[in-house]
Design a protein around this ligand. Structure first.
Ligand SMILES: [Ca+2]
Ligand SMILES: [Ca+2]
Length: 426
């Protein structure tokens, strides 16, 4: 005890004096407070009381100060570690809860769909587009049956085999969409089969259709890969022209899936431009006026469209110009004029290709729609071109519906680039 006292002489001396005169030794706390209030005026009386109380407590412990401090430090460290453990546990519980919620969502979705069974849709990291190389797309077993009295067409989707893998894991989540064109008033879908390249769908769909229109229609069966978090990719499709089918029997056959040609379902917007040809000067002027209802290509529902004006000569790329880029719009207005030197001999062998593109800063620009006019064109496009030729020197403007680049490219098959683009022996 004495050794401890000597280590704190400031507090011990006045305490003894005070205790002897006014208060009994049993209540050291009150005594300390009075002594400190009188001697140390710079310290807050409450803080001073606490400090002195702690000092007094330390004096009671029969250990050197350094040992006491070490014990306290170890204790604090232990408490800190405990807190850390509790925090981590709480966080983990939160995550677990979220995971559980996600699981519940999946279950709910399954219930809402009502079409799916246990083997079906569950998303995973494998739901990423995989391989766009030209590989066989697989085959589909389907059936066709027509009931003339009920005007009912039955399309059976039986099974698929050796489907192309669309996901990273080397598999797909296939389902089939069925519809009849041109009157595409009903689209049916099979269940989704998860993680398989050989699903057995065994579903049948009925379509009300008269015998007359049946013979002019086409049954479209498209096999898709389901992805929960991204666009569903088409694996391949079958198009069966119903006019060629022998309806005296039930048809059931395997067919190889073809590359999709989804021309009829896309509305890619319209474009308006004027054409003017001056035969004597050999000048063709194209004025790109405006476009409307373009496809949205960017996040946020807009696009940054610009128009490419291209001339081909004898089905080879020849001359090319571009409009400015109109940012964040689906209805751009350009009014931009392009004049090309095209002699009277050449105009008979020229095609004009107009394409709309979405400008992107970070990625490659995407084609939004295309159209071509000229000697190899048909319908509305050929009419506009003929109007231009039959009205020399006068600009002729017209609206055109944009088609998919794929469709235009398959009609206007271009040869390799012209080796001598400007000088031609005429
Ligand atoms: Ca998938
Ligand atoms: Ca863009």
């Amino acid at each position: 005890m004495t050794s401890v006292h000597s280590s704190a002489p400031n507090s011990s001396h006045p305490r003894h004096n005070a205790s002897s005169s006014s208060a009994p030794t049993r209540h050291p706390v009150t005594i300390i407070s009075t002594t400190y209030a009188s001697t140390n005026t710079t310290l807050n009386p409450v803080a001073a009381t606490i400090v002195d109380f702690i000092n007094h407590l330390l004096d009671q412990i029969p250990l050197p100060r350094w040992a006491v401090y070490t014990i306290f430090a170890a204790g604090a460290l232990l408490i800190l570690l405990c807190c850390l453990c509790i925090c981590i546990k709480c966080c983990c519980r939160g995550k677990k809860k979220k995971r559980q919620q996600k699981k519940d969502e999946k279950i709910n979705l399954k219930g809402v769909n009502g079409k799916t069974t246990a083997a079906l849709v569950q998303p995973d990291v494998g739901d990423v587009d995989y391989g766009t190389t030209k590989k066989p797309r697989g085959k589909l077993l389907y059936s066709l049956e027509y009931n003339a009295t009920a005007s009912e067409l039955m399309v059976g989707i039986k099974q698929a085999n050796s489907l192309k893998a669309m996901d990273l894991g080397g598999s797909s989540d296939p389902y089939v969409k069925v519809y009849i064109i041109p009157d595409k008033n009903k689209t049916c879908e099979t269940k989704v089969f998860r993680n398989t390249l050989s699903p057995a769908f065994n579903e049948q769909f009925s379509f009300q259709i008269s015998k007359a229109s049946l013979l002019k229609s086409t049954a479209v069966m498209q096999v898709f890969d389901f992805n929960r978090f991204s666009k569903h990719n088409i694996i391949g499709e079958l198009r069966v022209q119903l006019g060629n089918v022998d309806w005296n029997h039930v048809i059931e056959e395997w067919q190889d899936l073809a590359e999709p040609a989804k021309f009829e379902e896309e509305n890619l917007g319209e474009i308006c431009f004027s054409l003017r040809y001056v035969p004597t000067a050999g000048k063709l002027t194209v004025v790109i006026l405006e476009a409307k209802n373009l496809k949205s290509m960017d996040v946020g529902g807009a696009s940054d469209p610009y128009v490419k004006v291209q001339l081909t000569l004898d089905k080879r790329k020849w001359k090319k110009r571009k409009t400015s880029i109109k940012k964040k719009t689906l209805n751009p207005y350009y009014n931009e004029s392009f004049t090309f030197d095209v002699s009277f001999e050449q105009i008979q062998r020229v095609n004009l290709v107009i394409s709309v593109w979405d400008y992107d800063t970070m990625t490659r620009n995407d084609a939004m729609g295309k159209i071509f006019l000229g000697c190899d064109a048909a319908g509305n496009q050929l009419r506009h071109w003929a109007d231009m030729l039959s009205n020399p020197r006068r600009p002729v403007a017209q609206w055109h519906s944009l088609l998919s680049a794929q469709q235009v490219n398959s009609t206007l098959v271009l040869k390799k680039k012209l080796p001598l683009p400007t000088k031609l022996p005429f």
